[in-house]
Design a protein around this ligand. Structure first.
Ligand code: NAD
Length: 524
């Protein structure tokens, strides 16, 4: 096997790889040279300097693996790699400790006013009285997002004798218990109770501006908030007002709504500590990334399956012509279920019926369901290869069954999720496009695509109109409407395809309507 190291990586990774492959290190290779020579290699390791666009990948006739020594894969055309059957791997866990430590740095710097005290002391002011701090011992840490980084921050804060509470609706309670945190049902409760709030969630439509004016209102006026995740999760205008008006004690940011953040009104304030998106920048993180991806490449060269694969080479499902259509169905059903289910999913049952059930195994379909299910709540590239591991890590118990009752549709896929709040189910098929034919026992005919809205309500005169009117008040146009009910006057469900996204305020007002039990907006 022949491997190219195209960007500077830690020596240890190179050493390991040399034991199993001929390694060429050329960290100044130009795009033109790479285009010429890529066909010679079985594997390539890059960081962010080297770009692998579709035209380069098209020439990579022997390439089996592209390894990104880091996290983001923006410099690699992953779709082109997938098309060509090339595995793309990265090292998402390589920066977790480093980012957690940086978060601790911001916390200490903010609560003990270290950054501004440094500036003042070096200016010869010796302002001992100005910098009264706050001790962390016995204070409550509130973590929003208990994934790789959030859990490492908890570990570190425990050494400071802090109590830890967390909000992560996708984390099962027993996993949280093992991590030693009290898992809360509502973000609001966390915001009320926490002295130190730290954010470790991906930036998604759900998390964007999820900390804004209303959230600052309910925090303690001594609370501190930190964001080392992604800019845009905290509404910076609202943060500015909260800091300026003393609604909270202070803040620390490594990430900003606009980067590079060379001008930002937050920089005028002295109760905020700021760093330029460097939370992941340590030599150790870079070393670990190199070792992790070199090991992944070694595994593949030795016939083992790497762990952090972020794409999935095409698979042959000969005998079932509609396989690709049903992969789309599985992805959409998973995503629909994940966004419409309340509470953390503990059990997922997948039932295949009809032709799809006749295939010798449904593994790729199951993995695609999991990919759809996990992608809306993660930004770490869940795909058909790594989805099972990620689901297992989240404590989701998966069962699969097959039967021949296709109800005349040819093939059906039924997903049932169990959470602490109940059971949620969805059945889908392919009718020219992915189609949902049943939601929680209600018959529907829904194309899961774009902005959608789902509401449970009482089947009484005026309910449908009231929901439509509220959406209209917020300028949201309904494209397609589907309703289903159990009995006349009983419980009913409404699924809407919208021309534009329903704002949070519209959703809250709809939920408050007297005949509406619940409402959720979805992005498919
Ligand atoms: P992760 O996927 O391991 O964890 C994210 C957690 O957030 C998951 O447990 C998920 O269930 C939870 N979550 C998702 N949506 C949520 C919501 N609406 N409310 C509450 N919880 C929710 O990710 P990670 O590796 O821990 O990374 C966390 C964040 O840190 C990501 O945004 C990542 O991009 C960012 N990051 C920043 C830097 C930096 O340089 N500042 C470096 C690495 C990672």
């Amino acid at each position: 096997m022949k491997a190219l190291i195209a960007d500077a990586i830690n020596e240890k990774g190179i050493e390991n790889l040399k034991e199993v492959a001929d390694v060429v290190v050329d960290t100044s290779i130009t795009p033109e040279e790479l285009l010429e020579t890529i066909g010679e290699y079985d594997g390539i390791i890059v960081r962010s300097r080297t770009k692998l666009p579709a035209e380069t990948i098209a020439k990579a006739d022997n390439l089996k693996i592209i390894a990104r020594a880091g996290v983001g894969v923006d410099n690699i055309d992953v779709n082109a790699a997938t098309e060509k059957g090339i595995m793309v791997v990265n090292a998402p866990e390589s920066t977790s400790i480093t980012v957690a430590e940086h978060t601790m740095g911001l916390i200490l710097s903010a609560v003990r006013k270290i950054a501004i005290a440094d500036e003042s002391t070096k200016a010869g002011k010796w302002e001992k009285k100005r910098f009264m701090g706050m001790e962390l011992k016995d204070k409550t840490l509130g973590v929003i997002g208990m994934g790789r980084i959030g859990s490492q921050v908890v570990n570190r804060c425990k050494a400071f004798q802090m109590d830890a509470i967390a909000y992560d609706p996708y984390l099962p309670a027993d996993v949280a218990k093992q991590m030693g945190v009290e898992l809360l049902d509502s973000k609001e409760e966390l915001l009320k109770r926490a002295d130190i709030i730290t954010i470790h969630v991906p930036l998604t439509p759900e998390t964007k501006h999820s900390i804004s004016t209303a959230e600052f209102e309910i925090m303690k006026d001594t609370a501190f908030i930190f964001n080392c995740a992604r800019g845009g999760i905290i509404d910076e205008d609202a943060l500015y007002d909260a800091l300026k008006e003393g609604k909270i004690g202070g803040a620390g940011l490594d990430v900003y709504e606009e980067e590079p953040a060379k001008e930002n009104k937050l920089f005028e304030l002295d109760n905020i500590v700021c760093t330029p998106h460097i939370a992941a920048s340590t030599k150790e993180a870079q070393r670990d990334a190199a070792i992790i991806v070199a090991d992944e490449m070694i595994d593949l060269f030795q016939g083992k399956m790497p762990k952090n694969i972020i794409n999935m080479p095409r698979m042959d499902n000969s005998g079932f012509e509609d396989a690709n259509d049903y992969l789309k169905v599985c992805d959409k059903l998973g995503s629909f279920l994940s966004q419409s289910t309340k509470g953390a999913i503990k059990e997922l049952e997948i039932v295949y019926s009809g032709e799809i059930a006749e295939l010798p195994n449904q593994e790729l379909f199951t993995r695609t369901v999991l990919q759809g299910l996990l992608n809306p709540i993660s930004d770490s590239g869940v795909n058909a290869v790594n989805a099972r591991n990620i689901a297992k890590g989240r404590g989701i118990d998966i069962t699969e069954a097959k039967n021949d009752n296709d109800k005349g549709y040819g093939s059906l896929v039924k997903l049932t999720a169990k959470t602490d709040e109940g059971e949620f189910s969805v059945i889908g098929t392919y009718l020219h496009e992915p189609t949902i034919i049943n939601i929680n026992g209600y018959r529907v005919d829904v194309k899961p695509e774009g902005d959608m809205f789902i509401a449970k309500y009482k089947d009484v005169p005026g309910s449908i109109g009231a929901i439509g009117t509220k959406l209209g008040e917020y300028n949201v146009n309904v494209g397609i409407m589907q309703v289903g009910r159990d009995i006349q006057g009983g419980n009913a469900i409404m699924v809407l395809t919208l021309d534009n996204e329903a704002p949070k305020e519209a959703l809250e007002e709809i939920k408050a309507l007297s005949n509406v039990e619940d409402a959720t907006s979805l992005k498919l």
